[in-house]
Design a binder for this molecule. Structure first.
Ligand code: MRU
Length: 362
């Protein structure tokens, strides 16, 4: 079901194969993960990115830990905690590890522990795939309505960062409605924020959309506001790394500014997510969600294709200039038009979230 030829990850015997996202769009390479430490590194160094895929790699990481420890639960738990703390913001990581450990507790023998870990990791990944299909369908209904209001003219959608099939198995979250719109024959065009400093928009979203023949234009991160003032954005759809029970949304740095501009220009601002991205333990996103601080070098240097044909980095600031690099920000619920989930579109507030997802409250 994934776009083009690939899925973001797959099992090969007792190894997990992932696409090396640090090399895209210049080179398509895969990495073989054979230990839980490999999984930790893949998450930490951004070989894999995006909340859902991080969750799936974490789940398979626990399976690799089970193999390494020959089904010894105490040892698995120690390795699982390392996976759990590989990155702080995307809650799918913690959710996937906790879910894995919970099912392993009820297995009765080392062999059963390994078999259960294998099964549960596949289930987590497959559930994401089913969920993203539904997110695509519900999100596309919103696009279809706008297309109708516009008399069939092109619907312009703005997105930030990457929330396609490289980020959520198997069609993505924010991009899933766009893939569905293409399948339904709705005319769309996507404004792709470059998403500095790591350029997930330029490197990953533009690559995904290009592979799928979806018309798109790359824009500098600060262009969205002007496009909205010009009436060139019909709606925004972004993904998310964590949504609180009150509907606050943590997503890639810069999302909040897009939401403010959308609000000021009456442009609908939707957030697409699988239910595994809700964190019902927290309410106030700004105060309670830990925002990852990343290396200053990601701001001071840009990675790209050098004239030599190699992938390399160039410095973009004076040698003595310091930099600050927060990876994510929080968009308050009041700026969010709706949450596109696998169960339908939900208002971004505690009552609506609790009534659509009562099972998450326990
Ligand atoms: O820091 P990254 O590259 O892992 O960022 C993750 C993302 O792709 C997003 O923030 C995305 O918009 C939401 S995750 C589907």
């Amino acid at each position: 079901m994934s776009e083009g030829k690939y899925r973001a990850l797959w099992l090969e015997g007792e190894s997990l194969i992932v696409i090396d996202q640090t090399k895209l769009p210049f080179s398509y390479e895969t990495k073989r993960l054979t230990t839980s430490t490999d999984a930790v590194h893949a998450i930490k160094d951004m070989t894999v990115r995006g909340a859902g895929v991080i969750g799936s790699v974490a789940a398979f990481g626990v399976y690799l830990a089970a193999l390494e420890c020959q089904g010894n639960l105490e040892k698995i738990e120690i390795l699982a905690q390392r996976i759990r703390s590989a990155r702080p913001t995307a809650v799918n990581l913690m959710w996937a590890v906790d879910r894995m450990l919970k099912v392993l507790e009820s297995a009765n023998s080392p062999q059963e522990i390994i078999a259960t870990a294998h099964q549960e990791a596949i289930a987590i990944s497959d559930e994401d795939a089913l969920g993203s299909q539904k997110i695509g369908e519900f999100g596309c209904d919103v696009i279809a309505k706008i297309a109708e209001q516009k008399g069939g003219k092109t619907v312009n959608i703005l997105t930030h960062c990457n929330a396609g099939w490289l980020a959520i198995v198997d069609r993505g979250s924010a991009l899933a409605p766009m893939y569905e719109a293409r399948d339904r024959g709705i005319d769309i065009h996507v404004w792709v924020d470059e998403t500095r400093p790591r350029n997930q928009g330029a490197n990953l979203t533009a690559w995904e959309l290009g592979q799928s023949q979806i018309p798109h234009t790359l824009i500098a991160d600060n262009t969205g506001g002007l496009l909205m003032q010009y009436g060139k954005v019909d709606l925004c759809i972004v993904g998310t790394d964590r949504v609180t029970r009150s509907g606050d949304v943590a997503n890639k740095i810069g999302t909040y500014l897009k939401a403010l501009a959308a609000y000021d220009n009456q442009v609908p601002f939707y957030v697409a997510l699988p239910s595994s991205t809700f964190d019902m333990q927290v309410s106030d996103g700004v105060k309670e969600i830990e925002i990852e601080t990343r290396s200053a070098d990601e701001v001071l240097y840009m990675q790209g294709l050098l004239a030599s044909g190699d992938i390399g980095q160039v410095r973009v600031a004076p040698i003595e200039t310091p930099a600050l690099n927060y990876g994510f920000d929080v968009t308050p619920a009041r700026l969010v038009t709706g949450l596109i989930t696998e169960r339908g579109i939900c208002a971004a507030n505690e009552a609506a979230i609790s009534s659509m997802f009562p099972d998450l409250l326990s």
